[in-house]
Design a protein around this ligand. Structure first.
Ligand SMILES: Cc1ncc(COP(=O)(O)O)c(C=O)c1O
Length: 357
């Protein structure tokens, strides 16, 4: 069976060496030495000042909201994974959806301002499929209205904008290190925070708000990454360049062979790509369903990312409608892309798509 992605497992012997280290020092969690080592190596690799590792990307978003003290309404995109929106709602924040750009699939900066009210505390864009948002335009809007910006950068591991990490934009960027991601730590996530004082606050928040053994300074939670996860992250980091190279070749081959048949995501020209997803947009939903069925019959399972558009979620009141997001979400399919995808299998996928369009 070929899925949209395949979990990358690094060399077992290398992972075992880290496990031996964990057994020797008996430190399993609570900011252990491997978590500290991974934080340091990731900060260097990504080119960011401060990184706080956490247990997953959803909790990274929640900690970001609490670190920044958000209240009221947050302008965000309906074209994302459900966690972008549900994490707001479980923190008593209301998502206000602004529509996306039909080509980049990212929150369209020109749609943001009309939704800003005195109750708005932040903007929450997503670098969808690792495609960098229009970060400078978003920054201008946020500065003008004195709003915080949190980037859900779950897909944007190692993306550069104008030569520096895109994660350095906004007040906080969050990453997901879920097993299905380009870089993973089994489960995991991170916050990239520019302000040093806020980094300290986030560190208290992920550890029950405990400031020192006898002082609790914040209303915190438990969001810590453990040592086994950090060990996986350290192994992954050794292989990440090779993983990216393999994905890049697959992505370029799809692009070359499918360019006259489907719509691609328009990449931000000022940013690099990380080859984490390969979304294609069909002419209509019927065409997508036909291709999906033909692929499924051959045991190939692309994913309808993101479907449905989050503005149709029943639990969100008041009801909102973003036409472009709804339209794209009906027609978009993410094709299999992962290190180890064999070229004959990719060719089969391409042929099936060609035959069914
Ligand atoms: C855009 C986006 N945000 C947030 C998340 C949540 O991350 P996690 O699964 O690590 O909680 C995901 C996960 O797939 C995602 O794709």
């Amino acid at each position: 069976m070929i899925n949209v992605t395949k979990v990358y497992l690094p060399n077992k012997e290398k992972y075992k060496k880290y496990i031996d280290e964990i057994y020797e020092n008996g430190w399993l969690t609570n900011n252990g030495p491997l978590v500290q080592r991974l934080e340091k190596r990731l900060a260097e690799y990504l080119g960011v000042k401060n990184i706080v590792l956490v247990s997953n990307g959803t909790v990274a978003l929640e900690i970001a909201y609490r670190t920044l003290g958000l209240k009221g309404f947050v302008v965000t995109t309906p074209f994302s994974f459900v966690a972008t929106t549900s994490s707001l709602m479980t923190n008593q924040l209301l998502p206000i959806f602004a529509d996306i750009d039909p080509n980049s699939f990212n929150l369209d900066p020109k749609n943001i301002e009309k939704f800003i009210t005195p109750n708005t505390s932040a903007i929450l864009p997503v670098h969808v499929f690792g495609n960098a948002c229009e970060v400078e335009e978003i920054e201008q809007i946020a500065d003008k209205h004195n709003l915080k910006v949190i980037y859900d950068a779950a897909h944007a591991f190692d993306v550069k904008y104008k030569g520096q990490s895109v994660l350095n934009y906004g007040d906080v960027s969050t990453l997901s290190f879920h097993s299905t991601k380009l870089f993973h730590s089994i489960e995991g996530g991170a916050l990239i925070i520019n302000d040093d004082e806020l980094v300290q606050k986030a560190r208290y928040l992920i550890n029950f708000g405990i400031k020192s053994p006898e002082e609790i300074s914040e209303l915190g939670t438990n969001a810590k990454m453990n040592e086994f996860e950090a060990a996986m992250g350290l192994c992954m980091l050794d292989d990440i360049e090779e993983i990216k190279l393999q994905r890049k070749n697959i992505l370029y081959n799809y692009r070359k062979q499918l360019k006259d048949l489907v719509q691609f995501q328009k990449q931000n020209e000022n940013a690099t790509e990380n080859y984490s997803y390969f979304p294609v947009v069909f002419e209509n939903e019927a065409q997508l369903l036909k291709v999906q069925k033909a692929l499924n019959e051959k045991d190939i399972f692309p994913r309808r990312y993101f479907y449905p558009s989050l503005d149709i979620l029943e639990y969100i009141e008041p009801k909102q409608e973003c036409k472009i997001s709804r339209e794209i979400s009906k027609r978009i399919l993410c094709l299999p892309i992962f290190a180890g995808l064999e070229s004959d299998v990719q060719q089969k996928i391409i042929e099936i798509i060609k035959e069914n369009i």
